[in-house]
Design a protein around this ligand. Structure first.
Ligand SMILES: [Zn+2]
Length: 467
């Protein structure tokens, strides 16, 4: 690590070679800074063989709430209706906490600092992945787990090199160093990697890791289920599609997660797995509630399957949470409009992001009529002339919102669609809200009712008695 810092006077811009070299040191357990944060988390008896960490990235409480309502409506009510996450809260031994999300330099965190708080136990600056300008690299939990003989895995619907999965295994000063993150993920022996981001795994990198089996669609992932050894699933060049826009070639989050668990649980020493519904966050940035809703429901379906697996045994700690809110969506219309809004959301056949993508391939002068047609066709919504005019103001350079942070095209489209979806957003940024954290299984008893995000790291490490 000394060499790492010596080579790079500006610690924020180390050479690629230096970071990769540091990665080799990490695997060998060379003198690394260790995470702190055990302050209020009591040391447990170390009864957890496995940890499964589930993240709905960028999940505001409004996202959770509306998904719960939609799931209830779809299933017609009853005891098994609604959020699988919420149903867990009534079960014996399940602990809940309200968690802070802030970063070292911002009350509003990004996913790099948010994920690293869990991954390495420190509150870092936005953009950093288990890397601090003073301390250098800080050992991420998958590296610690690997040294203890455990298997490790990352599953995400975002690029598998994106900030949240990266924060459990990589150590880079900038989340944008995704090519290096890909190299670290392979060099640090992650056993199962399933998600998007194929563009960061070029042939020469894959050739350097001939022990890793690579699959590129759902069918080949299923065929690989019976094999053993390391598995890398790259189902998209970039992020995987939103659930609502996804075809059959890309697997769903639940299937990827259960395949990872089946594979990792063959190791008698146990495993650590992070599962991320990465695109709930992207729907927030896009003020695209249909996108958020269906990715959130896919996360709920994953919770249902994973918690069922874990609760049938006594050796697995499951943590379910989010790294921060995003957009702060809320259903905010009354009476019959509130019910109609849910119906309209459910009738949506594509995300707003997909519709805007279609629009972007057409000339600007055709956008008003094109937007109106796309929304009618894929969302079943008839927009007025005034609504179309409002929605597209930012592309004409006109102000569409008094709040500067919301004065963007996606915010103006989102605001106009709120007349029909009933869901308004506060901006297209992350939010500072405290979030829910749920823990089940051995070690869950150490979860206090109020927790700082970085303290979850100690909770996991203690539960598994990792050194
Ligand atoms: Zn985000």
């Amino acid at each position: 690590m000394t060499e790492f810092r010596a080579e790079t006077p500006d610690a924020r811009q180390p050479s690629r070679r230096a970071v990769l070299g540091a990665g080799v040191g990490l695997l060998a357990g060379a003198g690394l800074a260790r995470g702190v944060g055990a302050r209020r988390v009591e040391r447990g008896p170390g009864r957890a063989r496995n940890v499964i960490f589930l993240v709905a990235d960028g999940m505001s409480i409004g996202t959770f709430t509306i998904a719960d309502m939609v799931m209830r409506q779809r299933s017609g009510g009853g005891p098994d209706a609604g959020s699988a996450w919420a149903r867990l809260w009534g079960m014996p031994g399940v602990r809940r906490s309200m968690m802070s999300t802030r970063a070292a330099d911002s009350l509003v965190t990004d996913s790099a600092a948010g994920g690293s708080a869990w991954g390495c136990g420190r509150r870092l600056t936005n953009g950093s992945i288990c890397f601090d300008a003073q301390a250098g690299e800080i050992e991420p939990i998958l590296v610690t787990a690997k040294r203890a003989g455990k298997s490790t895995g990352l599953v995400s619907t975002a690029r598998i090199t994106h900030a949240t999965p990266a924060s459990f295994v990589a150590t880079v000063p900038s989340r944008n160093m995704e090519r290096i993150i890909a190299e670290q993920e392979l060099a640090r022996g992650v056993d199962v990697l399933l998600g998007g981001g194929a563009k960061f795994f070029p042939d020469d990198l894959l050739a350097a890791h001939p022990d890793v089996e690579v699959v590129r669609d759902a069918a080949s992932m299923r065929r690989a289920a019976a094999s053993s050894g390391r598995l890398l699933g790259l189902f998209s060049d970039d992020h995987m599609s939103y659930e609502l826009d996804r075809g059959d070639a890309e697997p769903h989050l639940r299937e990827m997660s259960m395949l990872a668990i089946e594979r990792l649980s063959r190791n008698p020493e146990g495993f650590v797995l992070q599962i991320e519904a990465g695109r709930v966050d992207h729907g927030g940035h896009a003020n695209d509630f249909p996108a958020m809703l269906h990715d959130m429901i896919a996360f709920e379906e994953t919770i249902e399957a994973v918690s069922k697996w874990a609760m049938a045994r006594d050796d697995t700690l499951v943590i379910i949470t989010t790294d921060h809110g995003n957009g702060g969506p809320e259903l905010t219309v009354y009476k019959e409009d509130s019910y109609r809004a849910i119906e309209t959301l459910l009738a949506c056949r594509h995300t707003l992001s997909w519709m805007l993508g279609q629009l972007r391939s057409t000339p600007r002068e055709e956008w008003p009529s094109g937007f109106r047609e796309l929304v009618a066709q894929h969302a079943g919504v008839t927009l007025s002339d005034e609504e179309v005019e409002w929605a597209l103001r930012p592309i004409r350079g006109e102000r569409a919102h008094g709040f500067g942070e919301a004065n963007t095209l996606v915010c103006s489209v989102g605001a106009v669609m709120a007349n029909h979806f009933g869901v308004g957003f506060v901006s297209d940024n992350h939010t500072a809200e405290h979030v829910e954290a749920t823990a089940i299984g051995p070690g869950a008893e150490a979860l206090p009712h109020r927790i700082e995000n970085y303290e979850l790291h100690a909770l996991m490490v203690n539960a598994m008695a990792l050194a």
